[in-house]
Design a protein around this ligand. Structure first.
Ligand code: PHE
Ligand code: NA
Length: 447
């Protein structure tokens, strides 16, 4: 086999590429807007530091020790080598389901990239219709771009870890940083910049509810790509000289920085136009295009830059979602990489088409059951059910089914005893309890 491990910088960039995604540039700003700004940002930072980072470190450890796919990894390092731990691999499947819709959402971004060039909507009605029409009417366009995105992922995945994933991130991540930096500088020149900073960093505690605390924890999970075997799989290809604690901290910092910067940029733009911060998911696809169009030709340039940033962030995340399944199939069935990529891609391509059809005007009804569209079911079953469960499983696994002395030895070879003790307490008690509360609340059983 070709050398299929990451270089040190390659691993860090790829993990950061997976983390930095639509969650940072699309979801974080609108969730912050919906939850009143500053106080939510603070809760989010706390959730990342204590919950997100400790699970990130946990997944990183599991992958790097086991050097296997995200299913066998659990078995390999469990105290008793118990075969049942392989079931933790269900998260690989959750990842593929997420990817099937992540792919066509990236497709929407491609459509908006084109709209940015050919002409942006000029009234709020037109902006809303553009978005609604895309989702409910333009099936052909959506399938076309969905296919294009899946094909891109196949192309990268076939090249493997080093020549595919690492190289892609080596190119796209610096470009993404450059665009965001440029947009940040531009937002600083707007009068509304100060207002955006205030909105994001002056906590208004009256806005904090149980829901916003839970939203912060949920977002911490999603934004760091946890609970889908991604970090385990990437870490299994980590080079020997990579410090898994340092790289985890670094990725969490980069991911948080990008979310904050995206928030500052977007709120500066919104406030400059006197727009509201509470538009929800339509923030990026409805509110922003309208503002860009008010800025004329220059606005189109900004729009292209913005949607390129979103596209690059999305692609590097999408690519990371393919690898857990590919590695699993290769190891479990001794498949060739080509076959593994082919099966994975075909499955998610078809599932994605059904999901996008479930939101269309013509086929929506056929693909709606128990009162929700297929897409809503997929989103709910993964983000609200599978992800918290797999985070919980990972905590319980390391906290109770892996030898503490082994963990301690491995951790203290790269960090202090104090850091290990804090991490261990978090993983064993605090994080599983937090996840359990989150989980039961989302299911509507408490709160
Ligand atoms: N972390 C990515 C983001 O913030 C989302 C993602 C989730 C990517 C799961 C891969 C897997 O957008
Ligand atoms: Na993220």
């Amino acid at each position: 086999m070709k050398t299929n491990t990451f270089s040190r910088i390659g691993f860090i960039l790829a993990a950061a590429g997976s983390a930095v995604g639509l969650g940072n540039i699309w979801k974080f700003p609108y969730v912050t807007g919906e939850n009143g700004g500053g106080a939510f940002v603070l809760l989010y930072i706390i959730a990342i530091t204590f919950i997100g980072l400790s699970i990130f470190i946990a997944e990183s450890y599991i992958g790097k020790e086991a050097k296997a796919n995200a299913a066998s990894s659990y078995q390999v390092i469990s105290k008793t080598n118990n075969k049942n731990w392989r079931w933790a691999g269900f998260q690989i499947f959750a990842g593929i389901i997420i990817l099937s819709f992540y792919a066509f959402i990236i497709g929407w971004i491609i459509e908006y990239l084109i709209i940015s060039i050919t002409g942006l909507p000029t009234t709020i009605k037109e902006a809303e219709d553009t978005f609604t029409n895309l989702i409910t009417q333009k099936i052909g366009t959506q399938i076309l771009f969905h296919t294009l995105v899946v094909a891109t992922m196949v192309f990268i995945a076939l090249k493997g870890i080093k020549a595919g994933i690492e190289k892609l991130n080596l190119i796209l991540m610096p470009l993404l940083a450059l665009i965001l930096f440029g947009l940040l500088i531009y937002s600083m020149s707007l009068d509304s910049f100060g207002k955006a900073i205030n909105f994001m960093f002056m906590p208004d505690w009256s806005k904090v509810t149980v829901d916003s605390i839970l939203a912060a924890i949920g977002q911490a999970f999603f934004t760091l790509s946890l609970g889908m075997g991604i970090i385990i799989t990437y870490s299994a290809s980590m080079g020997k000289d990579t410090n898994f604690i340092k790289s985890s901290v670094f990725v969490a910092i980069v991911d948080t920085a990008v979310a904050l910067i995206a928030g500052i940029i977007i709120f500066s733009f919104l406030f400059a136009a006197g727009a509201k911060s509470t538009a929800g998911p339509g923030l990026v696809f409805i509110s922003l295009p309208l503002i860009f169009s008010e800025w004329g030709i220059f606005g189109q340039v900004i729009a292209v830059a913005f949607f390129c940033a979103l596209l690059f962030a999305g692609i590097t995340s999408a690519v990371s979602l393919v690898e857990p399944s590919v590695r699993y199939l290769i190891e479990k069935f001794q498949m060739s990489r080509i076959k593994a990529v082919f099966y994975t891609a075909t499955f998610l391509w078809i599932l994605g088409i059904f999901a996008l059809l479930s939101m269309s005007a013509d086929y929506g009804e056929m693909l709606t059951f128990f009162g929700k569209s297929l897409f809503d079911h997929m989103d709910y079953l993964t983000s609200s059910v599978a992800l918290p469960i797999s985070g919980f499983v990972t905590c319980i696994f390391l906290g109770y089914f892996v030898d503490k002395n082994v963990l301690k030895t491995k951790f203290t070879s790269v960090t202090s005893v104090a850091v290990f003790n804090i991490w261990y307490a978090l993983i064993r008690y605090i994080v599983p309890i937090a996840i359990a509360i989150l989980f039961f609340n989302k299911l509507g059983l408490i709160g």
